[in-house]
Design a protein around this ligand. Structure first.
Ligand SMILES: Cc1cc2nc3c(=O)[nH]c(=O)nc-3n(C[C@H](O)[C@H](O)[C@H](O)COP(=O)(O)OP(=O)(O)OC[C@H]3O[C@@H](n4cnc5c(N)ncnc54)[C@H](O)[C@@H]3O)c2cc1C
Length: 240
């Protein structure tokens, strides 16, 4: 979905999101958060998978309609200016969130290596889009038997880390892959960030529906994904 964003007074950051009213009625009552997939001069693009009531209602939005959307919300990714090579690890629609990082990396002439995971080859979203940005893309799927964590770990350890000096790592879309990303980042001392996709109510910090735990030194803290996130330092997020 492409929206005219020319009235926005500033450009959003990769990783930020909009809280979108899916229909002209109060059904569904709650807005749905969607990450910004692509950021252009006067337009923003969103990539969503039709799952339930909200996203189904969004399919009825027509060209020329006015969209009620709140944002940009939250804290986005920090792409280090010195980064020359970045690694993206995304599962499913998590790539919608990381694609804007690939776009930003391309704009600062950094190379992007991406591991994209999905149920089927058909569900592998945005692979060509990343390749347009010169990204090296590794695809893994459930149907191909290549998406289990041990395989992805082997892929990263044997085909990626020996050949690319990864300066930073970004992940979204899967707890299992995020845990793997956390251990790889720790073992290889790579700074990393994660975008969390918790169920969200108000996206204004009031309802506390999207709370998750982070570790600050010895202290475990509960934070709101909408306000303090959705992007967090990878090493701080407590993954159960
Ligand atoms: C920061 C962020 C970014 C996201 N970006 C994307 C994206 O780029 N593309 C994409 O496809 N998806 C994205 N999602 C997921 C998306 O917002 C939807 O949750 C998902 O697509 C399912 O929505 P649905 O309306 O189709 O499903 P439904 O089954 O109708 O609704 C599920 C959603 O309902 C809401 N909900 C229902 N009841 C409650 C309740 N009692 N309390 C709180 N919440 C409730 C939640 O928001 C939940 O996500 C993102 C989520 C987050 C948090």
């Amino acid at each position: 979905m492409t929206v005219d964003s020319s009235a926005l007074p500033f450009k959003p950051d990769p990783g930020q999101f909009f809280h979108i009213r899916c229909a002209g009625t109060y059904s569904p009552f709650l807005r749905r958060p969607l990450s910004i997939y692509q950021i252009h001069e006067h337009t923003l693009e969103f990539l969503y998978v039709v799952k339930g009531k909200g996203t189904t209602a969004m399919t009825r939005i027509r060209k020329g309609d006015t969209l009620d959307m709140m944002g940009p919300v939250g804290k986005g990714f920090e792409l280090y200016k010195q980064a020359e090579t970045v690694l993206l690890i995304a599962r499913g629609v998590g790539i919608a969130t990381l694609a804007a990082v690939a776009q930003a990396a391309f704009q600062q002439k950094a190379h992007c290596v991406a591991v994209l995971s999905a149920r089927t080859e058909e569900d592998l979203l945005a692979a060509e889009y990343l390749e347009e940005f010169g990204a090296t893309v590794y695809k893994v799927t459930d149907e191909g038997g290549t998406s289990d964590v041990s395989h992805v770990k082997q892929l990263i350890q044997e085909d990626i880390l020996p050949f690319y000096k990864i300066d930073s790592l970004y992940t979204c879309g899967s707890r299992r892959l995020s845990k793997l990303a956390q251990s790889i980042a720790f073992d290889h001392q790579i700074p990393g960030e994660i975008a969390l996709e918790e169920h969200m109510g108000c996206a204004m910090g009031a309802c506390f529906a999207c709370v998750c735990d982070i570790q600050e030194g010895r202290e475990k803290k509960s934070v709101r994904v909408c306000m303090e996130g959705p992007v967090f330092p990878l090493e701080k997020v407590v993954m159960e």
